[in-house]
Unconditional design. Structure first.
Length: 136
């Protein structure tokens, strides 16, 4: 189930996400605000026993986490579910997102970038290692 966790806003995330499209970021250290969204994405995945977990941070610093939704009548990636939780909670925009357990497909990235065209999307492996950072 999606969850919202108010957290402090990281003023430096806009600069970090600029020009990061498609680069391999495994050697880069995550800032503390990004560690939070990665941790919550991993927790959502583990709690639900799902294929993927994701978390998004809105422009006010709140974090929304979700896992893959796989019902006969509804299919959402974890990233789509996290974006939906943020939007349905009134998030004014997104600052960053993290997805754990595979990559982010085009529909998931579009959901993030519809709300925030420059938001960074951290693609993280199951152990929390950063694989890449994508930006719109």
């Amino acid at each position: 189930m999606p969850e919202a966790c108010p957290q402090g806003r990281n003023a430096g995330s806009e600069a970090r996400s600029a020009g990061s499209e498609g680069r391999n970021a495994s050697s880069e250290a995550l800032d503390p605000e990004d560690v939070k969204i990665v941790t919550l994405a991993r927790s959502a995945r583990a709690r639900a026993g799902a294929a993927q977990g994701a978390a998004v941070r809105d422009t006010e610093g709140r974090i929304y986490a979700a896992a893959t939704v796989s019902l006969p009548s509804l299919q959402l990636t974890a990233l789509q579910a996290a974006v939906a939780a943020a939007v349905s909670s009134g998030a004014p925009g997104l600052e960053a997102a993290a997805v754990v357990g595979g990559g982010a497909d085009a529909a998931s990235l579009t959901a993030v970038w519809d709300l925030a065209p420059t938001a960074a999307v951290l693609v993280v492996d199951e152990d929390g290692g950063l694989r890449e950072v994508l930006s719109g």
